[in-house]
Design a protein around this ligand. Structure first.
Ligand code: PEP
Length: 279
């Protein structure tokens, strides 16, 4: 009964004041993530030290994505520390098993404690031939197995200058999510020109693009788009994190360079943990 009164009120609010309050409610239900992508960096000892030093927060889901060979020790270090830190991989293969030298399957990742996996990072799109079709296969299989994909999309500088950002993002989104209508995933908008360059997108530009991404997501997954976390990635750091946090469609950050030092990554966690996002 309470449930139905609550949904009646929510619906009434949405209908009478142009969805605004209902929208705010949905935003506050989105999880906020601060995710470290270490790429091909760090030793075993550095991993232990980093995980010992960083703080976690109840307001923010903190996830660390080390290189594959450090996943299991990282899992043990996290367990030992008792901190609520999630573990993610930087890539996965779509097949269950077989003759795929050098690859890692979803079950192998889950076996060593992974709950997340980055899929479609622009560096993999650039160096390893990861295209929308492969991204889609990896996303579909990960979702089936209960591994949460962090799907990366973003335009190159050339595409941005040719004013093709929306076209590129639309194609990447429809490609990655083809035939996918259930399961929880995270999106990361990572403009390629901002990754590792120190040229971060302004918070205003990122917000505008995230809002566009959410509108395309709505076409694909309907109203569920409101509850999907969309992270910004591209030279995010301690100094610009607060600007991203203030934006209504930015639900956290995927961090490369600034995630390599515990103190700078911690600084970003603190910014996002400070209070309610989007307030
Ligand atoms: C990334 O590679 O996902 C990334 C966001 O890198 P950086 O923060 O170094 O730009």
């Amino acid at each position: 009964m309470e449930q139905s009164i609550e949904s009646y009120i929510k619906n009434l609010v949405r209908e009478t004041i142009g969805h605004t309050l209902g929208q705010l409610q949905l935003q506050s239900e989105r999880r906020i993530y601060v995710i470290a992508n270490w790429k091909m960096n760090k030793t075993l000892a550095e991993t232990a030290e980093f995980l010992q030093k960083i703080n976690s927060s109840n307001n923010v889901s903190v996830v660390v994505c080390p290189p594959t060979q450090l996943l299991y020790p990282a899992h043990l270090f996290i367990k030992q520390s008792g901190k609520p830190v999630g573990l993610g991989a930087q890539n996965v293969h779509w097949a269950d098993k077989g003759a795929y030298t050098g690859e890692t399957s979803i079950s192998m990742l889950q076996d060593v404690g992974c709950e997340y996996v980055i899929i479609g990072h622009s560096e993999r799109r650039q160096y390893s031939g990861e295209n929308d079709q492969l991204v889609n296969m990896k996303v579909a299989q990960s979702l089936k197995a209960g591994l949460t994909p962090i799907i990366c999309i973003g335009e190159t500088l050339e595409q941005k200058n040719a004013q093709k950002t929306e076209q590129v993002l639309t194609k990447q989104l429809f490609g990655a999510l083809k035939d996918i209508d259930s399961g929880d995933f995270i999106l990361a908008y990572e403009p390629v020109w901002a990754i590792g360059t120190g040229q971060s997108a302004t918070a205003e530009l990122a917000q505008e693009t995230h809002s566009y991404i959410r509108s395309v997501l709505k076409q694909i997954v309907g109203q569920k788009a409101e509850s999907i976390s969309i992270l910004y990635g591209g030279s995010a750091n301690e100094s610009n994190a607060a600007e991203y946090r203030a934006m209504p469609d930015i639900d956290g950050v995927l961090v490369g360079g600034a995630s390599l030092q515990a103190h700078s990554f911690d600084g970003i966690i603190n910014v996002f943990a400070k209070g309610e996002q989007n307030s």
